[in-house]
Design a protein around this ligand. Sequence first.
Ligand code: KG4
Ligand code: ZN
Length: 344
Amino acid sequence: MSVTNKYSIILGIESSCDDTSAAIIKNEEILSNVIASQDVHTKYGGVVPELASRAHQQNIVPVVDTALKQAGITKNELTAIAYTQGPGLLGSLLVGTSFAKSMAMGLNIPLIDVNHMQGHILAHFIQKKEDHKPTPNFPFICLTVSGGHTQIVLVKAHLSMELIGETIDDAAGEAFDKAAKLLGLPYPGGPLVDKLSKAGDAAKFTFTFPKVGEFNYSFSGLKTQFLYFLQKEEKLNDKFIQQNLNDICASYQEHIVNYLFIKLKKAVTHYKVKDVAIAGGVSANSCLRKKLAKTGKQEGWNTFIPEFEYCTDNAAMIAITGFYKLEKGDVSNQSTTPSARMKF
Ligand code: KG4
Ligand code: ZN
């Protein structure tokens, strides 16, 4: 918790990909978190950057307005505005950046730029008024798995993070989404693969693990392996997907989760940490959540999973990161620009 008695009320703005979100946080306590998702991409089987930017432009004012109303505060009560500087789609980031800069300038309050990946990790510290939950102790390891990233991060303090492993090509979320597309499922396929897996046999089909450096991942080979597997089976039976959809999803999902855990376990052992967390959109996956709980029990880890609504992209995680940065006086200025490939 904050060491100061004074509280800060921060507006967070997230627009890095295809969700326009605004949230209000009072120190670490969430007051509102509004997310407008963009259905326009479904029929294209993936996010179309140009359409995402336009949708952000349409959504941003109503989303911020709703977040303020739901929090029961006026814009004049805001202490600062935190926004996602990157990484993400440049056109999408520009909408949030321009809006945050203008609003901060109009209200004459600090502007704070936030790294989206740091935000995913700090989502673990968001508290609800009625229900304070335990948070990870430093240092801890966080596996951040999203549509754009797969990272193993050593978290030494709120704002001190070291990237110790990452994917060298596709992200885990992409591995879900691309396989789902091959199965004829709409974008984003990850949640649907998760849902269909519930009625499937995860031991029915097997895949192999790619070989890459110590704590790194590779998912592009798995996508090709999955494509060849479907092509081979469909040659023998043209109704293969239809007749085996649940088993295919369950087997593929378990394979991804097992692969994620091979490297995660290695990293936890190597860095001798006791607290282990997952974050990012794929941490909403039920198989991954169960595996973390089970492995944690076996290995004696304290495990942490963000609340469901703070797993996928949201502005609450941007607002809480803004809070920690404000506490340290780490604020930005009007010359700030978005960064599509931002690192820690
Ligand atoms: O963090 P996020 O909302 O956006 C990015 O920063 O990328 O993550 C989105 C990704 C998508 O690939 C989506 O398919 C995946 O998270 N995802 C899931 C589940 N829910 C979201 N993947 C597997 N199982 C889920 N339940
Ligand atoms: Zn994300």
